[in-house]
Design a protein. Structure first.
Length: 232
């Protein structure tokens, strides 16, 4: 027979079970806190190109381009390193290396969703494929040079608050109005930015011990032609 005592015991044990459950839930939530709950939707829609444009391009490709070692610039090569990416970015957090800061919450979510989905090239859910963020080769224009060279290989150190903040390379004005004669329109040989790219340069850039991939001939040539054209 149900007495008042019985009922209150029952209520107590039910609430104890509920408390335990919510406790477990809290622990799980806490573990995922810095990644956030990964939605099924994101797992179905994430693709290599999205990871490349939102994560790798911002935090990895400067050091992991196609110049040797771990290459994250093409799908096939990046896929080979899926386990190591998971380990070094999500677990041990040894990647990215300085001067690059850790991934933001959104970037962690995208990368974790991609890894959980098995590293697909295209969305598992069959949705539209994002375009490759690097469809065209580098051109001798400021915007192309900024996107493909300066942002990837220079600005992480050459901005306010970083080790080479004294010589900012963030805007076109930084290049054209610098007391260091970084860009002398029409004269690549006198332009500081070209001098540091020469193999024998006293201060070779990016610094060899930085882990950042060296400038390719194609990139160097684009900067040279842009300066020859008067750095428009
Ligand atoms: C500033 C340069 C730099 C950046 C930025 C960087 N890495 Fe690395 N990474 C290295 C160097 C150097 C190594 C090889 C030496 C080592 O493991 O410390 C390496 C090694 C690795 C490895 C191989 C590790 C292993 O144990 O097999 C992976 C995978 C990796 N990086 C992924 C990433 C990812 C993903 C990012 C971006 C989220 C990133 N790295 C950003 C420089 C960098
Ligand atoms: C890992 C950090 C780092 C990266 C990446 C880097 N630099 Fe530097 N750079 C430095 C430091 C440190 C100095 C010395 C700053 C100082 O003297 O205050 C320097 C100095 C320079 C100078 C002045 C050289 C001189 O003779 O005094 C130029 C020009 C330059 N960098 C251009 C570049 C360009 C172009 C890139 C990209 C291709 C680049 N740097 C990438 C750290 C970096």
């Amino acid at each position: 027979m149900w007495t008042v005592a019985n009922i209150s015991n029952f209520v107590l044990s039910v609430s104890a079970v509920l408390m335990l459950a919510s406790c477990n839930y809290k622990i799980e939530k806490k573990q995922l806190e810095n990644i956030g709950p990964i939605s099924q939707e994101l797992r179905q829609s994430v693709s290599y190109n999205q990871v490349k444009s939102e994560v790798f391009r911002d935090k990895c490709i400067s050091c992991h381009g196609n110049s040797g070692g771990v290459n994250l610039e093409s799908y096939g090569a990046a896929f080979q390193h899926l386990e190591a990416i998971k380990k070094t970015v999500l677990k041990t957090k040894t990647m990215p290396k300085p001067p690059f800061s850790g991934l933001n919450k959104r970037q962690l979510e995208i990368l974790a969703a991609w890894i959980e989905a098995g590293g697909p090239e295209k969305p598992l859910g069959g949705g539209p494929v994002e375009p490759d963020p690097d469809p065209v080769p580098i051109e001798p224009t400021y915007s192309s040079i900024k996107k493909n060279v300066l942002e990837l290989k220079c600005i992480s150190c050459h901005k306010t608050g970083e080790q080479a903040g004294r010589i900012p390379l963030v805007t076109k004005e930084d290049l054209l109005n610098s007391p260091y004669d970084l860009v002398v329109p029409g004269d690549p040989d006198e332009s500081g930015i070209m001098i540091v790219l020469e193999p024998g340069a006293r201060k070779f850039m990016p610094p060899k011990d930085s882990g950042i991939s060296p400038i390719t001939e194609e990139e160097k040539n684009a900067i040279k032609v842009w300066i020859q054209n008067g750095a428009p």
